[in-house]
Design a protein around this ligand. Structure first.
Ligand SMILES: C[S@@+](CC[C@H](N)C(=O)[O-])C[C@H]1O[C@@H](n2cnc3c(N)ncnc32)[C@H](O)[C@@H]1O
Length: 260
């Protein structure tokens, strides 16, 4: 029988072995959209393995929600209708896992927005500050993307947010696009996936973020939807990983990415 290197490798040490196993594990995930629940997927990823997470969770807007006169259906396989407290707990668990999987100099770009429920505004800081990213918000980007909500009981809500979250306060980006912290629809034109998916990121948003991290190699989107983050990452020569619950969206994303 050959030597059982896995158990007797005193010379290289278990940390080297652990690193090798982590490398093998991350390689299994690279350059695919995985049809998996977000937390299950995250828990399978090694710690300190991801350079950039760019993502947008469902906002918990209800199975069918309305803004102004428009009514929207939620996703194909997901109701987007949790009790708010559970939703926030879920987001905290997800953020904590994201904190674990990003590298020491890694970054997470977390898109969310202020929502109105029962007449009162709920802000993403309510749970970000309860997660491991509390006090690790490097910047808050305002995304002025308009809204069909012209309800006259308040000023019209017109913006979303993108939070830049880090593990290490010393983490830097390079403002390669020479931009301020407010982006509008001219900066980030919406791209359609021909009506099949309404909540896609603008490709330019992902491109701008990635271009500010020239050394990033692995980009993850834990709610990949139509696959915008992964498609842009591939186009920019990066490795990517996507997690998505809906099989239909996974297929849509894979077809989109194949064409790049
Ligand atoms: C706001 S969309 C993301 C859109 C994406 N940024 C794009 O450009 O297409 C949120 C996505 O999360 C997915 N989703 C919801 N619950 C999930 C879960 N538990 N695990 C993984 N994906 C989930 C939904 O199916 C939906 O596609």
């Amino acid at each position: 029988m050959g030597r059982q290197t896995i158990i007797t490798c005193d010379s290289c040490g278990t940390d080297v072995l652990d690193r090798k196993i982590d490398e093998l594990r991350i390689n299994l995930f690279l350059n695919k959209i995985h049809n998996v629940d977000v937390l299950k997927g995250l828990r399978l990823l090694p710690s300190n393995s991801i350079d950039l997470i760019i993502t947008s969770p469902p906002y918990n807007l209800g199975k069918i929600h309305h803004t102004g006169n428009n009514r929207f259906k939620s996703y194909s396989q997901y109701n987007d209708d949790m009790p708010e407290e559970l939703y926030q707990q879920w987001q905290i668990e997800i953020l904590n896992e994201c904190y674990r999987v990003i590298k020491q100099d890694g970054s997470m770009w977390y898109n969310h927005k202020n929502r109105i429920k029962n007449g009162i505004q709920i802000m993403p800081y309510e749970w970000i500050l309860k997660s491991k990213f509390a006090h690790l918000v490097k910047q808050e980007i305002v995304w002025f993307n308009g809204s069909p909500n012209f309800d006259k009981i308040r000023f019209y809500p017109m913006t979303e947010r993108v939070y830049w979250l880090v593990k290490d306060p010393k983490t830097k980006m390079f403002n390669a696009i020479n931009h301020h912290d407010v982006f509008d629809a001219k900066d980030w034109p919406p791209v359609g996936t021909k009506g099949k998916f309404k909540r896609a990121f603008p490709e330019k948003m992902v491109e701008d973020i990635i271009s500010c991290f020239p050394n990033a190699q692995i980009v993850l989107d834990i709610f990949s939807g139509s696959g915008t983050t992964c498609a842009v990452a591939k186009r920019m020569g990066k490795q990517y990983i996507g997690f998505e619950l809906s099989k239909e969206y996974c297929q849509m994303a894979e077809e989109r990415i194949e064409q790049i």
